[in-house]
Design a protein around this ligand. Structure first.
Ligand SMILES: Nc1ncnc2c1ncn2[C@@H]1O[C@H](COP(=O)(O)OP(=O)(O)OP(=O)(O)O)[C@@H](O)[C@H]1O
Length: 232
């Protein structure tokens, strides 16, 4: 695969929680580069630092030390370099969590268009984009339905549509297939791979789901806050 733009550049990032006797070193001098088109998995035992690393890339958790660049823009260097982190996340990052993260009182379409409302787009633009994405993900016919009436696979596609609404090039997913059977899990992963290729995005997924390991370009193992292997 041709290497695309460098979208995630994590340099010498460490993170500890607490101090003194209660100090936990969640990440120790982690370096990670992810390019456009790549779909990678973060693996490792419970407590190894996967969620912390995902949340640092997602600008939700501040590193203790190190540098982070996203899509060519330095965003953290000892401190956040942008005042408005919410806007930074809206501009650059799409988050896919497990399907139950959809807002229950909104329809499938509204769950997607709400992201564009937050970004200041008109309702008409939000609605059109939501329709386009739901159609692309083959759940357009479910647009008027509330999440409680969607199947697990449909709800996950809506969650993916929502993550993509703002055309982010960095897509972060936390256990995106945990609630799906093997066939659905592989379909979701194939869809994510297609999206990464077509939209020149990268996808970083925390997963324990062995049935999808063959769908990743790289499996990155964390142990005690260190990357064990960043190879293919
Ligand atoms: N907000 C916090 N305050 C204190 N300690 C934390 C906090 N968040 C995480 N930790 C600790 O940091 C370490 C790494 O946690 P993290 O959630 O990143 O691991 P993980 O690999 O995602 O685990 P899991 O697979 O169980 O979700 C753990 O020891 C955890 O207890």
């Amino acid at each position: 695969m041709a290497i695309g733009d460098l979208l995630i550049d994590v340099q010498q990032v460490a993170k500890h929680y607490g101090e003194g006797e209660t100090r936990v070193d969640a990440l120790r001098e982690v370096n990670l580069q992810v390019h456009a088109g790549e779909v990678i998995a973060l693996l490792g035992p419970s407590g190894s630092g996967k969620t912390t690393l995902l949340n640092i890339i997602g600008c939700i958790v501040a590193p203790s030390t190190g540098r982070v660049e996203l899509d060519g823009e330095p965003v953290f260097d000892g401190h956040w370099l942008r005042g408005d982190l919410r806007k930074l996340r809206l501009d650059k990052i799409g988050f896919i969590f497990q399907a139950h993260n959809l807002l229950p009182f909104l329809t499938a379409e509204e769950n997607v268009s709400v992201v564009l409302d937050l970004a200041g787009q008109s309702q008409a633009v939000g609605k059109a984009r939501a329709r386009e994405l739901l159609d692309y993900l083959e759940v357009g016919h479910r647009a008027p339905v509330k999440p409680s009436h969607l199947s697990g696979g449909e709800a996950q596609r809506v969650a993916i549509a929502r993550a993509l609404a703002n055309r982010p090039r960095i897509i972060l997913a936390d256990e995106p297939t945990a609630a799906l059977d093997s066939k659905r899990a592989q379909l979701v992963m194939d869809l994510l791979r297609k999206l990464a290729a077509e939209q020149e995005a990268c996808i970083v997924t925390v997963t324990h789901d062995e049935k999808i390991f063959d769908r990743f370009d790289r499996l990155i193992h964390l142990r005690d806050g260190r990357l064990e292997d960043a190879g293919a």
